[in-house]
Design a protein around this ligand. Structure first.
Ligand code: FES
Length: 114
């Protein structure tokens, strides 16, 4: 059974916008982030497929200046919001590690695999 965790209220997210979280999981911690665009929400591990580093520019800033893509702060790789596919950069063709996410009664809920 995936582990269910409530991370935030949906309306607390900027639109479009992103927010990072460090969660306890399996006796350790996992860094993730969620992205909102309109009524949609997506969640990924905070790890660039290129080198494994965290993605954000500044706290909670995972999106590019146009808020159209997720952008890695280290070498600028661009990822689609909706599936984490890397369109441009040193890891083009690879994906961010997606995390199952749902909206439940206005809350953003993620499901982490064991
Ligand atoms: S570490 Fe993300 S693009 Fe190089």
């Amino acid at each position: 059974m995936p582990e269910r965790q409530v991370v935030c209220e949906f309306t607390s997210l900027a639109n479009p916008g992103s927010q990072g979280f460090t969660l306890e999981h399996n006796g350790g911690t996992i860094e993730i982030f969620v992205v909102r665009r309109g009524e949609a929400v997506y969640a990924y591990q905070n790890q660039c497929p290129h080198t494994g580093v965290n993605l954000e520019w500044l706290t909670d800033q995972f999106l590019d200046l146009s808020n159209s893509y997720i952008q890695c702060a280290t070498h600028g790789a661009l990822f689609r919001l909706e599936d984490g596919f890397c369109l441009r950069g040193p890891c083009a063709g690879e994906y961010l590690e997606s995390i199952e996410v749902k909206l439940e009664a206005g809350q953003v809920v993620i499901f982490l695999n064991e």
